[in-house]
Design a binder for this molecule. Structure first.
Ligand SMILES: Cc1cc2nc3c(=O)[nH]c(=O)nc-3n(C[C@H](O)[C@H](O)[C@H](O)COP(=O)(O)OP(=O)(O)OC[C@H]3O[C@@H](n4cnc5c(N)ncnc54)[C@H](O)[C@@H]3O)c2cc1C
Ligand code: FES
Length: 357
C-alpha cells in the first residue's frame, strides 16, 4: 500500500540558481496509477547516506498535460533537496509514490468563477498546475495570482507564467510582489504580510467578486493571507491551503498523555482490504510508528503532520491527534486523522486506510 514505483528521470532543467524542474517517464502500464489531479503531489524516496528519506513534491503540470513534473528547490541544509539538486539527471531511476493530496476544487466547464491564488517561492508549483488546469477546463473562469519572491532572479516558472499570460491575456491576472527588488507600484514591494493583504482587499481586489482562494507558501504567509481573507468576508471553506513545512517541532510526543482505561490498545489496521491486528502501548508512540514496528507496509512521508500521506479514517474507537497542518475541518469531522500524529485513547481502535471520503 505504501507502494513506490521505480520511475526514470526523463529531464532535469535548472529553473533558477537553486531550483530544478524534474520530469519522470511513466511507462504505459503505469499511466493509470500515475494519473493525477491538479494540485496533487508525489512522494519521492531515496537512500541518502544510508538513510531512507521520503519527501513530497507538488506536480506542476496541468491535468491535460499528463506529464509528471515537479520543481525541487534547494533548502539550505536540507538533506533531500540538496541531494536532488546535486544528483538528479536524466536516466536515473527514483522511487515514486502515486499522486495524492486534496489541494484542489472540483472543476466544471460551465463554471464562471474568479479564483485567487497566493504563492510564495516554491509554493508556485501546485499553483501552476491548478491555474493551467482551471483555465483550460473552465473557459469562462478567471484567475488572479499574487506571487511573492525576493527578486526576479529567484522567480520559479517566470517564463511559463509569461507564456500563460500571453495565452490567457483576459483571464489571468499576474501580480509579482518582490521583497528585495523595487517595483513601480509601492503595494507590490515587500513581503506578503497581513497588512499587505488588507491593503490588497481594500484597494485592489474586490473579494465579493472572488469565489475561492488557494494559498501555498511558508506558514506565516499562509496565516496572514487566510486571516485577512476571512476578515474581509471570505468563508474558511472557500480557502484552500497547502503548507510545505511546519516551523514547529515535528510532534508533541514529549507531552504527558494521561492513559484512560488499559495501558495497551488493540489496533486493527485496514489496508487494501486486509485487516491486521497488533497491540501497542497507548502513549508511547504514534499509530504509524507502532504499525511500522509491527512490520506493516505503511504509507508516509514527512511524519510531521504536514503532507497527509499517512491519512486514515478512524472507524472504531478514539485517537488523540497531536499536530495537524494537513487535514481540513470537514475531514476531521468525518473521522480522518494523520496516523503519524495519532495516539490511541480507547482500548480498541480500528483505522481504515482504504477510505477516501
Ligand atoms: C504537500 C507538500 C508539497 C511540497 N511540494 C514541494 C515542491 O513542490 N517543491 C519544493 O521544493 N518543496 C516542496 N515541499 C517541501 C519538501 O517536501 C521538503 O520538505 C523540502 O524539499 C526540504 O526537504 P529537505 O530534505 O531538503 O530538508 P530537511 O533535511 O527535511 O530539512 C528541512 C529544514 O530543516 C533544516 N535542517 C536540516 N537539518 C538541520 C540541522 N541538523 N539543524 C538545524 N536545521 C536543520 C533545514 O535547513 C531545512 O530548513 C512540499 C512539502 C509538502 C508537505
Ligand atoms: S506522514 Fe506526513 S502527515 Fe503523516
Amino acid at each position: 500500500m505504501s507502494k513506490f514505483y521505480s520511475l526514470t528521470v526523463g529531464n532535469v532543467k535548472k529553473e533558477t540558481r537553486d531550483t530544478i524542474v524534474v520530469s519522470f517517464d511513466v511507462p504505459p502500464e503505469l499511466k493509470d496509477t500515475f494519473h493525477y489531479q491538479q494540485g496533487q503531489h508525489l512522494t519521492l524516496r531515496s537512500d541518502i547516506n544510508g538513510e531512507d528519506l521520503r519527501r513530497s513534491y507538488s506536480i506542476c503540470s496541468a491535468v491535460q498535460d499528463q506529464q509528471l513534473r515537479v520543481a525541487i528547490k534547494r533548502t539550505p541544509g536540507g538533506a533531500f533537496s540538496t541531494w536532488a539538486n546535486d544528483t538528479l539527471q536524466p536516466g536515473l531511476a527514483l522511487q515514486v509514490m502515486p499522486p495524492m493530496g486534496h489541494f484542489n476544487m472540483p472543476l466544471a466547464a460551465t463554471n464562471e468563477k474568479h479564483y485567487l491564488a497566493f504563492a510564495a517561492g516554491s509554493g508556485i508549483t501546485p499553483m501552476l498546475s491548478i491555474i493551467k488546469t482551471t483555465l483550460q477546463t473552465e473557459p469562462k473562469s478567471r484567475f488572479t495570482l499574487i506571487y511573492g519572491n525576493r527578486a526576479s532572479s529567484t522567480v520559479i516558472f517566470k517564463e511559463e507564467l509569461t507564456d500563460l499570460k500571453d495565452v490567457y491575456m483576459e483571464r489571468l491576472n499576474l501580480v509579482y510582489v518582490m521583497s528585495r527588488e523595487q517595483q513601480d507600484i509601492e503595494l507590490f514591494n515587500g513581503r506578503i504580510t497581513r497588512e499587505k493583504c488588507d491593503q490588497f482587499f481594500k484597494h485592489w481586489i474586490q473579494l465579493d467578486d472572488v469565489d475561492a482562494a488557494f494559498i501555498c507558501g511558508p506558514e506565516d504567509m499562509i496565516h496572514a493571507v487566510s486571516d485577512s481573507l476571512q476578515a474581509h468576508g471570505m468563508n474558511k471553506s472557500d480557502i484552500k491551503v497547502e503548507l510545505f513545512a511546519a516551523s514547529i517541532p515535528k510532534n508533541k510526543a514529549n507531552v504527558v498523555r494521561p492513559v484512560i482505561g488499559k495501558q495497551e490498545c488493540e489496533v486493527t489496521v485496514v489496508i487494501d482490504g486486509y485487516h491486521t491486528v497488533f497491540t501497542m502501548e497507548k502513549e508511547k508512540e504514534s499509530l504509524l510508528d507502532a504499525a511500522l514496528k509491527n512490520g506493516i507496509d505503511m504509507r508516509y512521508s514527512c511524519k510531521g503532520g504536514v503532507c497527509a500521506t499517512c491519512r486514515c479514517k478512524v472507524v472504531d474507537g478514539k485517537v488523540d491527534m497531536d499536530v495537524n497542518y494537513a487535514l481540513e475541518d470537514y475531514e476531521i469531522a468525518r473521522g480522518f486523522v494523520l496516523s503519524c500524529q495519532s495516539f490511541p485513547v480507547t482500548d480498541k481502535v480500528l483505522v481504515d486506510f482504504d477510505q477516501d471520503n
